[in-house]
Design a binder for this molecule. Structure first.
Ligand code: PLP
Length: 422
């Protein structure tokens, strides 16, 4: 049996209807922006392998630090013990985050980073003796992960449909804009005594269709929340580490969130790790002689030293001037492409923020995630040696920062061709 057949016998893949699923493509090697299959065919990883791989695949510097750490200390329980990579990473991350973030809490991925943030905010209110603030404010099309808490605060969609009755109550609001901002503000004011927190993806809703919105309106929402003592959680799992043109999307805000969730690009896409950070106000609400005020949360692999070492190596690369120059270069290329194809008859909308560009296809049938256009586009690009995973009729590019202008030009021209062909 070949690898595809063996896979089919034993593996259940994520986000995949296994009935009639296309064979899974065996990848044997990653080199920079390229993934290489068994036959030696190369694919540009234009979605950074689900948005995690910011510096390209098999980065030698990250690999060296990881193997060094593996031979020194591969893991240690993180309750009662600590280690250099975890402390150093926290020391380096906290000053990079906007506002005054004081503490890092480690977990395993983006969803757990969100769970931790939610538990911190719920228990914050309980610890203060307030039992009426139990609700969350979130965006209607948000995506915050796939565990139950993270699903609860995500928009209701086909992803959550089988579980909707089991999810906790959330106040959903539309993305803010000039027209609705006053309505949103009064809605928040009317609910304020019930709201524990407001969780949001700053500037861009990722899995919700790469929907972009302006910092100035988010600022207004955060301001009204903070005036109403509603804790603000910036879910920067996707936007963190340079994606939106700044190291963190929240740098583009004037108001400062109380908590941050990070993952995806954190380790450079090398291995899983999640981070939740908070300011001193939140941390101090848990300091008590009363044991019931403890945050009883942790994972077996909390602050895994190897994952922390990968993050330190990735962060060092991110902070080099060349990386920021690459981010700005990608941004400029995206702008040029946007202007070039904006008038195309099949382009319904096109938008970009930082290194992310999203093109919405004009379709006759439903524009849902389930449209057949999506599968046709996916296969079309794969045949041309490009990994793009459209969200329904929305094709987006979210590349590793080392991608060259020539590689971008190839992706752009293939998209232009697809607009004519499909
Ligand atoms: C991907 C994502 C998550 C979930 O992260 P996982 O590591 O996949 O659990 C949470 N929030 C946002 C904004 C994301 O894009």
């Amino acid at each position: 049996m070949n690898l595809q057949e063996r896979d089919k016998k034993v593996i259940w893949h994520p986000y995949t209807q296994m009935k009639g699923a296309l064979p899974q493509l065996p990848i044997v090697e990653g080199r920079g922006v390229y993934l290489i299959d068994e036959e030696g065919k190369r694919y540009i990883d234009a979605v950074s392998s689900w948005w995690v791989n910011i510096h390209g695949h098999a980065n030698a510097r990250i690999a060296a630090k990881v193997s060094e750490q593996l031979l020194k200390l591969e893991h240690v329980i993180f309750a009662g013990f600590t280690h250099e990579p975890a402390v150093l990473l926290a020391e380096q991350l906290l000053p990079l985050l906007p506002g005054r973030q004081e503490k890092v809490f480690y977990s395993d991925n983006g969803s757990t980073a969100v769970e931790v943030a939610l538990k911190m905010t719920f228990q914050y209110w309980r610890n203060l003796g307030n039992t009426s603030r139990k609700k969350v404010l979130a965006f209607r099309d948000a995506y915050h992960g796939d565990t139950f808490g993270a699903m609860s605060v995500s928009g209701r969609s086909i992803f959550t449909d089988p579980f909707n009755e089991l999810l906790f109550d959330v106040e959903f609001i539309d993305l803010p804009c000039a027209e609705n901002i006053e309505d949103l503000k009064s809605r928040i004011l009317s609910l304020k005594s019930q709201l524990a927190c407001f969780i949001f993806e700053p500037l861009i809703l990722g899995a919700g269709g790469m929907q972009m919105y302006e910092a100035k309106y988010l600022d207004k929402l955060i301001k009204i929340c903070q005036e109403s003592e509603i804790l603000c959680i910036a879910d920067e799992v996707m936007t963190g580490f340079g994606r939106t043109g700044t190291y963190f999307a929240s740098e583009q805000l004037n108001e400062k969130p109380d908590l941050f969730c990070l993952s995806k690009g954190l380790t450079g896409g090398t291995m899983p790790l999640g981070v939740t950070t908070c300011n001193s106000k939140i941390f101090e609400a848990f300091l008590s002689d009363d044991k019931l005020k403890t945050l009883y949360h942790g994972h077996s692999f909390t602050a895994n030293p190897v994952a922390c070492a990968a993050s330190l190596a990735s962060l060092a690369i991110l902070l080099e001037p060349q990386t920021l120059a690459n981010i700005k270069r990608i941004e400029a290329q995206h702008s040029l492409f946007m202007n070039k194809i904006a008038g195309h008859a099949k382009v319904k909308t096109i938008r970009h923020t930082g290194t992310i560009i999203a093109i919405e296809w004009q379709t006759e049938d439903s524009t849902s995630y389930l449209s057949s256009l999506r599968d046709n586009l996916y296969t079309y690009f794969l045949n041309k040696g490009i990994v793009l995973r459209p969200l329904g009729n929305i094709v987006y590019i979210l590349p590793p920062y080392i991608i060259t202008n020539e590689e971008l030009a190839y992706i752009y021209s293939t998209i232009s061709q697809a607009l004519d062909d499909l």
